[in-house]
Design a protein around this ligand. Structure first.
Ligand code: NIG
Ligand code: FE
Length: 406
């Protein structure tokens, strides 16, 4: 049956069909109808308007918003949420003065999660990850990108990607998958980085490609991890299997990853906490969406990406959670929105567009998700009554969600 939502105090995030992303000054506007209704058929938005023009309600199942607001669900275009266990000991180590990079150099960090994951069956890993999926769905995430990268052997990377596929079949949240075999060099290949890169190119990518397990390919292009030259070779190999790049760059140091991303038509280039100013120019006029992860800077006490400068220079940006056990054990996109405003100095409207339409773009989904547009999927958040859009990031720990419609 068709659904009609009535008495919506603010219907936020309306865009005309065909808008793939917002850039520069466009990001500061969120089209809104006050006192609105919206109708849904077969899971898609079919119409909306002011309450003065509400259609006859008898053909609909009616949901009364009771003065709450409606907005598109959050899209989270960068997570590593299929992981085993947790790493709170490193959290304590960091409080006591170790840095994220030092922990990694001592053989901890990502490799700890790799050891934990190796011991789990696919079913156990699935159950742990599904638990996190339920958590983010309740917090309003309607689309999520999930990366592999805690396997670092062909067998364990496939295990993660198969779990992601099962999640996407079982969850109402829309899921896209990314192969991140080049997340770190495994313990078995310690001191043999170039052999590990060959393993990724010659064995992992063909195996992933053959099963069609990944939409995208990622490399942790950063100091102490993979070089731009290695990144380029891996992305080229992925392209042969139709995996478009979405890469990690400039998290720990200026890595040269933005150049590689642009050269390989990456859909997004993510992190950018240590991005030098010249790299902003490299991104202008390209299809690559810079994606900032302020939760990572917050949790690791690191610098924040120059998001304000990017927007002022005319770029669009997306925001993502980075949900993972080491640098960001949280997938709360409302909090990410708050950090976007408080730490990246985005206006609430810019932060809103960064977690909806631009985030959908950064995972290749903006044709179907990320805005209130006739024909798009009705992945919607219905809030308790809130006074304004700015109240969403302002109320930075208040739960405002009444219902998530997927
Ligand atoms: O995006 N930077 C690389 N990967 C993750 C962290 C992985 C981990 O510490 O487990 C990130 O921050
Ligand atoms: Fe990440």
């Amino acid at each position: 049956m068709s659904i009609l939502i009535q008495n919506i105090a603010h219907l936020f995030g309306i865009l005309p069909a065909g808008v793939e992303r917002l850039q520069g000054k466009e990001m500061a506007h969120v089209e809104t109808i006050d006192d609105a209704w919206l109708s849904i058929e077969e899971g898609r938005i079919i119409d909306f308007g002011p309450m003065s023009s509400i259609p006859e309600t008898e053909h609909f199942e009616v949901i009364d918003a009771e003065g709450g607001s409606v907005m598109p669900c959050f899209c989270d275009p960068h997570t590593h949420l299929v992981y085993a266990g947790s790493r709170e000991q490193e959290f304590v180590d960091k409080i006591q003065g170790l840095s994220y990079a030092e922990i990694a150099r001592r053989g901890g960090g990502i490799l700890n999660s790799v050891d934990l994951l190796h011991r789990l069956t696919e079913q156990e890993l699935y159950e742990q990850a599904m638990h996190r999926m339920e958590e983010i769905e309740a917090k309003g995430t309607g689309c999520v990108e999930i990366k592999s990268g805690y396997g670092l052997s062909t067998e364990d990377e496939l295990k993660i990607l198969r779990v992601i596929r099962r999640i996407s079949q079982a969850s109402r949240v829309k899921v896209v998958s990314t192969f991140l075999g080049a997340h770190a060099v495994s313990r078995a290949y310690k001191g043999r980085q170039s052999d590990y890169v060959r393993l990724v190119i010659d064995e992992m990518i063909p195996a992933v490609g053959k099963e069609g397990l990944a939409d995208y390919i990622d490399v942790f292009c950063d100091e102490g991890f993979f070089t731009p030259e290695e990144t380029a070779r891996i992305l080229k190999a992925g392209a042969r299997y139709g995996m478009r790049p979405k890469i990690h760059a400039d998290e720990l140091a200026a890595s040269g990853g933005v150049r590689v991303a642009v050269d390989h038509q990456a859909l997004s280039v993510d992190h950018l906490e240590s991005m030098p100013d010249e790299e902003i120019d490299l991104l202008l006029g390209t299809a690559t969406m810079p994606t900032c992860l302020p939760g990572t800077s917050f949790f690791l006490n690191m610098p924040y990406a120059p998001a304000r400068r990017m927007i002022d220079r005319g770029l669009g940006i997306a925001l993502a959670s980075d949900y993972n056990p080491g640098s960001t054990p949280s997938g709360d996109m409302k909090f990410v929105m708050s950090l976007g405003c408080i730490k990246l100095r985005l206006l609430p409207e810019e932060a809103f567009n960064a977690v909806t339409i631009n985030a959908a773009y950064a995972m290749g989904l903006s044709h179907d998700y990320g805005s209130i547009t006739i024909g798009k999927k009705a992945h919607l958040i219905l809030t308790h009554p809130i006074p304004s859009l700015a109240f969403i990031p302002y109320s930075y720990t208040t739960p405002i969600i009444r219902k998530v419609l997927l």
